[in-house]
Ligand binder design. Structure first.
Ligand code: ADP
Ligand code: MG
Length: 671
């Protein structure tokens, strides 16, 4: 399975960016055509391209030495061209062949044709050694680039190798090895120390176990998981052999979700990436035309203002022009940069659903947080249970928990958990509806059950004790058949890194941080001041949150990120410029509609995500500007007759290598 994923991610790379392509990457980049030419180099073993390079290099050096010390080469007219012609063949033949194939398929302007014209042209004007040089160093450059890009792609895909390839299923006390996708929910699996957990499951082993969760969360500290707690596929058991009961089919596990996200991420391209592709498609023919003009224009000028026009001299300058104009560095380094950015983020437990979001997140100036489950832990404690006089407290709790039993809201989970701990039997509802921002409505044992906040009671015209209104805590009330039946008081805590996140965001230059919550105004205000948030808005319905975010998203110069976790946050996540969901606690709906998912539920990872977005952008700009400056400089020198073909060849290979290495800094940097 590991291999499978590797292949998948590579296949994907190949489709989208050709990062892992054999040789001549730029070629396919510049031209978005579907056909792929067969590459000679591509099908050969790892060492074969180097054999051609070595032969060519040896012949070139021998030629240069003979040239210098021996009269044979200069005296015999045909000796020199023949010698260098033979030297060109090992490196030049595959390139020219492929260029011709390209032309046959109406692909006229690409680096292969540029290089072929340059080589043949140089040969025709008697610059034999340079003709060899053009092809030889072009091939060396391609090979080096393959090495670098191949390594980068392998490093990044290694990250994605987080699926186990086998599961040890226990059937009648015997271990049977199966493929994870063949294991069924409810099966018992065994995971040895050091092995990756193949499927999501519930811990059966009495003493629990220690797990390395870094692949899923970017967290380096191993986590202890007790009996009956959830273990996720992709974690590594670091302590003992453990037994798990499978709770999810493979396709629904968190690992599959991560892999899908990262795979699809490459389809959503950043603007600069799209731009560069279009740019290359125009740039290459334009440069070819300009090279042509470099030969022709001086000729016409020489007719008007006579000067000594030497055709071969101007052709040489035009060839320098062609060689240096290869857009390789740009076309390979920009997508590689975004890919490295997505890789770096996923290593930190932040999943970007596309390179475009990496680009938007760096420009965010307003950030709105949901409160419960996003800035607070969402793990509520029951502080107080108050039943009205005509109902037993236990009966009240069991009805409440039954009404909440199908809700994924953190308050609901806390109440159900509390009832379970008390060992109460929960009747199952025959009907249940979530009233978002308010609570739930269920039919249980023939009674209409409402569980939720005071707003819910008000909306149904149910009266409740007046003092509840003044209670400054989070309250969930129960009504049975339209009559108030009691309430519980709950509390949770801010997450450990919430406060630091807010101040770090301000340090990053974010103009405004707000908290949008459905909870009561007083509670929201209290949390906001605790966390250093100036604006905390409470008692918002999901629609109110959406309106608030939409208004900012539409105002000029403002870009808003919304960070949330609940089902009710899904529309808001979709409307914001960048929607960020909490991946651990968060509801599937939120994860689905978000652009960025924080696997660890730590709000501080948003800061990391912005930093990665900004650094990626910085590198992309560096690469584009750097490559253009060097290229324009050599182009100018070339036209003036001050740069040789040798200089052009070395500059082209050098710039590409620098750009690729620079992109890899994104992946390796500590954020
Ligand atoms: P937040 O914006 O703080 O995450 P929500 O919009 O999820 O809050 O919910 C707003 C309010 O609606 C909650 O504070 C709670 O009072 C009430 N509520 C929503 N769903 C439920 C539920 N399942 N059970 C009880 N109360 C709920
Ligand atoms: Mg919430």
């Amino acid at each position: 399975m590991t291999e499978n994923i590797d292949n998948n991610s590579k296949a994907n790379l190949k489709d989208d960016h050709d990062l892992n392509h054999g040789t001549c990457l730029c070629h396919d980049h510049c031209h978005d055509h579907d056909h792929k030419h067969e590459h000679n180099h591509e099908h050969s073993g790892r060492w074969e391209p180097y054999v051609g390079v070595a032969i060519s290099m040896a012949l070139l050096i021998a030629g240069l030495i003979l040239d210098h010390f021996h009269d044979f080469m200069t005296n015999t007219i045909w000796a020199k061209p023949l010698w260098y012609f033979v030297a060109i063949i090992p490196v030049g033949f595959p390139v020219v062949k492929e260029a011709i194939e390209g032309v046959a398929q109406k692909d006229y302007f690409n680096e292969l044709t540029l290089m072929s014209i340059a080589c043949i042209g140089a040969f025709c004007i008697g610059e034999y050694a340079e003709a060899v040089g053009v092809m030889l160093f072009y091939c060396i450059g391609e090979n080096l680039q393959d090495l670098a890009v191949g390594k980068a792609a392998r490093d990044i895909s290694k990250l994605l190798e987080i699926k186990a390839d086998k599961a040890r299923v226990i059937i009648n006390g015997e271990a049977i090895i199966k493929k994870p996708e063949d294991v069924e929910v409810g099966d018992i699996i065994e995971v040895y120390p050091g092995e990756r957990v193949p499927l999501d499951g519930k811990m059966l082993s009495q003493e629990g176990g220690m797990f390395d969760t870094s692949a899923l969360t970017g967290e380096s500290v191993p986590r202890e998981i007790d009996k009956d707690e959830e273990v996720m596929a992709g974690m590594i058991s670091t302590g003992s052999t453990v037994r798990l009961q499978v709770t999810n089919p493979l396709s629904e596990s968190a690992v599959s979700r991560i892999l899908d996200l990262v795979k699809n991420a490459q389809a959503k391209k950043a603007k600069s990436e799209v731009f560069i592709r279009k740019f290359a498609r125009i740039y290459t023919p334009v440069v070819t035309l300009m090279a042509f003009l470099v030969v022709v224009v001086p000729f016409f000028i020489s007719m008007l203002h006579p000067f000594h026009y030497v055709f071969s001299e101007w052709l040489y300058r035009a060839l320098v022009f062609l060689v240096i104009s290869c857009p390789c560095a740009l076309v390979i380094s920009v997508p590689l940069s975004y890919f490295a950015g997505i890789g770096a983020a996923s290593r930190k437990g932040v999943l970007f659903k596309g390179g475009n979001f990496l680009e938007t997140i760096r420009n965010i100036n307003v950030i709105a947080f949901d409160k419960t489950g996003t800035l607070t832990t969402g793990k509520f404690n029951i502080e107080k249970v108050v039943a009205s006089s005509d109902i037993e407290p236990d009966k009240m709790i069991s009805l409440m928990a039954a009404g909440e039993s199908q809700s994924s809201h953190p308050l609901a989970k806390a109440i159900v958990n509390y009832a379970n701990l008390k060992g109460l039997r929960l009747p199952s509802p025959t009907f249940m509806k979530e009233i978002s921002g308010k609570g739930t409505n269920a039919t249980i044992e023939g009674h209409s059950i409402l569980v939720g906040n005071l707003k819910l009671l008000e909306s149904k015209n149910i009266s409740y004790p007046a003092e509840l209104k003044d209670n400054p805590s989070t309250i969930v009330a129960l009504a049975v058949d339209g009559i108030f039946a009691g309430y519980v008081v709950l509390s949770d805590m801010p997450k450990a890194d919430s406060k630091a996140t807010v101040s770090d965001l301000h340090k990053l230059g974010i103009e405004k941080v707000v908290m949008l919550s459905g909870d009561r105004k007083e509670i929201v205000a209290r949390y906001a001041s605790k966390l250093g948030i100036k604006e905390g808005l409470g008692e918002l319905m999901p629609q109110d949150k959406a309106d608030y975010v939409e208004k900012i998203a539409k105002s000029p110069g403002k870009k808003i990120a919304f960070v949330g976790d609940g089902i009710n946050d899904a529309p808001v996540l979709a409307i914001s410029n960048v929607g960020v969901a909490m991946g651990g606690l968060g509801s599937d709906a939120a994860i689905e509609s978000a652009d960025v998912v924080i696997q660890t539920d730590k709000p501080s990872r948003l800061v990391t995500a912005i930093k990665i977005g900004r650094f990626t952008h910085k590198i992309v700009i560096e690469n584009i500007v750097g490559a253009l400056i060097i290229k324009v400089a050599i182009l100018t020198l070339g036209v003036l007759g001050l740069a040789s073909l040798w200089a052009a060849v070395f500059a082209d290979v050098g710039v590409t290598m620098l750009a690729v290495l620079n992109s890899m800094r994104i992946f390796w940097k500590k954020y």
